[in-house]
Design a protein around this ligand. Sequence first.
Ligand code: FA5
Length: 342
Amino acid sequence: MREKVDVLLKEALIKISGAADSVGLNDLRVKYLGRNGELTALLKGLKDIPPQDRPAAGKIINEAREAIEEALKHKEEQLKAQEKQRRIEAERVDITMPGKRQALGTLHPLNIVKNEIVDIFTSFGFELCDGPEIEFDYYNFQALNIPKDHPARDMQDTFYINDNILLRTHTSPTQAHVMESRKPPIRILSHGKVYRSDDDATHSPMFHQIEGLVIDTDISLCDLKGILDEFARGIFNENTKTRFRPSYFPFTEPSVEVDVTCSMCGGEGCRLCKGTGWIEVLGAGMVNHRVLLNCGIDPEKYGGFAFGLGIERITMIKYGIPDMRLLFENEVRFLSQFRKGR
Ligand code: FA5
């Protein structure tokens, strides 16, 4: 019996110490100690040996069993430790690796430029105002000295909702709302979306305007020129000059178109300014006395100036953008060029 047990024990200990993983180890447990295991078979065979030899044989088998159990336990702990080590290696995080950079958003170029324009004018004491985008014909046209059927209506192709209601074609109606509801002195800046039936590389059916209005005593064209000179230097560069050309708007008299020296060539003449050295940026003028009367302001006592510009146009000039549609397509590669500190 001892020999048999010794052979079995030796074989079991070798196999256990060579087990590759916990599954293999469990198979060995079943093979030797399971209900039909090889050592269990020897125990069951005790009944076939003479009774006086049974205690000694039983002792030998039990000692072998304890040795196998001990070896299984030891190997199990060893395998567990190895598996844990392997997992730690596999899941190891290198905390010195650089993190994944999050893609940061940025202000839209139209908002960047709008904020710059607003900053310049609010530093002169202008107050920011909003007006409705769906507007009465009266405020968009009639109060601004453009009666129904006046040819000047053709200057702004209009989206009508019905005979009296339309999508505002400019931010000028805010002038009329403010003048109706406040007493001078008035110094406001109105901004927002406006709509016209226009669509090409330099015109969009929806675009953004900013409008300035000053009403007070003793206001002259020189004040307008001074303010717009400062604005041009602030929004383009220190060396920018302005030029006033006579123009026509029904709500201002006299009216002017304002040009600035080309920010790309400095006035020498280039592709951007079509060789002229000048770029048209806005419309302006002294508020027409009829508009003052329409809005309940005494033109004998007060006067003022107004100006209106397209934010898209200023943005295109400032950044050399050739097609206005780029500003509305939300192409990320285009927009990300305006991120600060790229
Ligand atoms: C006006 O809208 C006047 N209300 C401006 C004004 C205000 C004059 C106060 C005098 C006193 P105008 O139609 O020129 O003017 O438009 C002003 C600017 O809006 C233009 O210089 C141009 O930059 C921009 N603009 C006009 N139509 C479009 C369009 N379809 N898409 C993009 N920008 C446009």
